[in-house]
Ligand binder design. Structure first.
Ligand SMILES: CC(C)(COP(=O)(O)OP(=O)(O)OC[C@H]1O[C@@H](n2cnc3c(N)ncnc32)[C@H](O)[C@@H]1OP(=O)(O)O)[C@@H](O)C(=O)NCCC(=O)NCCS
Length: 173
């Protein structure tokens, strides 16, 4: 198995796998153009024979925060270490970029506990994530996901009308 950054040629596999689990809300639905536009966020796992096994993405909010998104392994490849290796690669990538807070929303916190994530009781402590995804989510008022963070919870946010310019100046100096 190898784990590597995605190429545009992976977009169809990524699209098919991610959307196979978007119907029940396990993963956020992603359109094909959105996958292509953000393909450089993705890391993929493939077998030694080059067969696509799974993927995950690291979305940058800014120097203060990034998010693990769309992490999924094909059903027939589960339990062989691919998901853990993809997540490890995304954590390494965050560290390479000097980002100390990695967040995610999930229904399977136990998987992420193994990799140093902890539960965030109050989702409003991650306002960038709320602004990006939650405010337009049909499950906004009946969310069944657990918010998690690895590293410290950022004290700033940059999305949303009030914060944007002011906070960008603060963090970039
Ligand atoms: C979650 C998922 C990516 C894990 O991928 P995987 O390749 O099966 O995981 P790995 O084989 O690398 O497992 C790594 C470790 O996590 C554990 N683990 C795997 N899935 C788990 C789960 N659902 N809950 C708790 N622990 C889990 C494994 O037992 C293993 O632990 P160990 O190191 O102590 O043996 C995969 O099950 C999946 O695609 N699930 C559906 C999509 C999904 O729910 N994604 C998360 C959205 S936030």
């Amino acid at each position: 198995m190898q784990v590597r950054k995605a190429r545009l040629q992976d977009a169809t596999n990524v699209y098919d796998l991610v959307n196979s689990l978007s119907g029940d809300g396990t993963l956020l639905k992603r359109s094909f153009p959105e996958i292509c536009e953000n393909i450089r966020d993705f890391t993929v796992a493939e077998s030694d024979a080059g067969v696509f096994l799974g993927c995950g993405a690291l979305h940058f909010y800014g120097p203060h925060l990034c998010e693990v998104r769309s992490i999924v392994v094909k059903p027939e490849a589960k339990g062989q270490g691919a998901g853990g290796r993809i997540l490890g690669a995304l954590i390494d990538e965050a560290e390479e970029h000097g980002i100390q807070s990695v967040c995610l929303f999930t229904r399977i916190p136990d998987f992420f506990f193994k990799f140093g994530f902890r539960t965030v009781e109050d989702k409003s402590e991650l306002p960038d994530k709320i602004f990006k995804d939650c405010q337009n989510c049909p499950r906004l008022h009946r969310c069944d996901e657990v918010a998690m963070v690895r590293g410290r919870i950022p004290r700033i946010s940059i999305l949303g009308p009030r914060h944007e310019a002011q906070e960008l100046v603060r963090i970039t100096g």
